[in-house]
Ligand binder design. Structure first.
Ligand SMILES: [Fe+2]
Length: 264
């Protein structure tokens, strides 16, 4: 009996000593991950400060297009462009202005709001994202597209193997986004190129996404972006997208973001 009691006491003490250590290690790992994520987000914000959108001021305005609504045909039809820009994007812009004012965020750049998005209401997240994502999208497309060249083209070939391999990777993100959302090419805080996807109006500047980075190119895969012309054929819309990509704009953003990563 004496030996049994001794064994039970020993077992209890051993277990009690081990348990806190396990919890402490798990806590440390979580802290390291959180610390790494917050450092990456700080770098990301430095990168975005060099891009034009950092200076967009509230109240935001619907950006004018550099082309007519019918100029992207046959890739995107006139009615889709008109509805998408003048109705959908205008709606996001109006609501972004309303909610950003309602929650006293008018003094903050919209990209700063994204960096701390978990602290803000979902109405700010959805409509601020809707305003921002579409404002970029219109600049990434142009009638007839432009040639795939410049430093970004070289970087894409180096990172993905070839232009075709990159297109396959990007198209996969666009095609597999379940429901409404976006596909993205980004530069990560480490200066690498990556493709990713986001739901609804989220974007890679929001820390809650798995992949964060400066947007270099995006594609709207909400049904409102293609359904009138393509109906359920989302993959056809995605593969035709390459005919209208404005690589000059993508390259400009790549060079600006790269410059920042080289000074950090
Ligand atoms: Fe859209």
């Amino acid at each position: 009996m004496k030996y049994l009691m001794t064994a039970l006491i020993f077992t209890f003490l051993f277990t009690a000593c081990q348990q806190p250590q396990k919890t402490e290690n798990a806590g440390n790992e979580k802290e390291v991950m959180t610390d790494k994520k917050s450092k990456s987000n700080a770098v990301l914000l430095q990168m975005v400060k060099k891009l034009p959108e950092y200076n967009w001021q509230h109240p935001y305005k619907l950006p004018e297009l550099n082309y007519e609504y019918d100029a992207l045909e046959p890739t995107i039809d006139e009615l889709t462009m008109k509805t998408h820009h003048s109705k959908h994007h205008q709606g996001y812009t109006n609501k972004a202005n309303k909610f950003i004012e309602q929650y006293n965020l008018t003094g903050k750049p919209v990209v700063q709001i994204f960096a701390e998005i978990t602290q803000h209401p979902v109405s700010v997240r959805n409509n601020g994202g809707g305003f921002y994502n579409h404002s970029l999208f219109w600049t990434f497309i142009t009638p007839g597209g432009s040639d795939f060249n410049g430093e970004v083209a070289e970087a894409i070939k180096k990172e993905f193997g070839s232009f075709d391999d990159f297109k396959t990777a990007f198209e996969k993100q666009a095609a597999t986004q379940f429901g409404s959302g976006w596909a993205w090419l980004v530069m990560t805080p480490e200066g690498k190129l990556a493709v990713t996807q986001s739901s609804n109006q989220d974007n890679p500047l929001m820390p809650l996404l798995e992949v964060n980075g400066v947007p270099l190119l995006n594609l709207d895969v909400w049904e409102h972006a293609y359904y009138l012309e393509y109906q359920n054929k989302r993959t056809e819309y995605i593969s035709n997208f390459w005919d209208i990509v404005n690589w000059e704009v993508v390259n400009e953003r790549y060079l600006m973001a790269k410059k920042v990563t080289q000074t950090l």
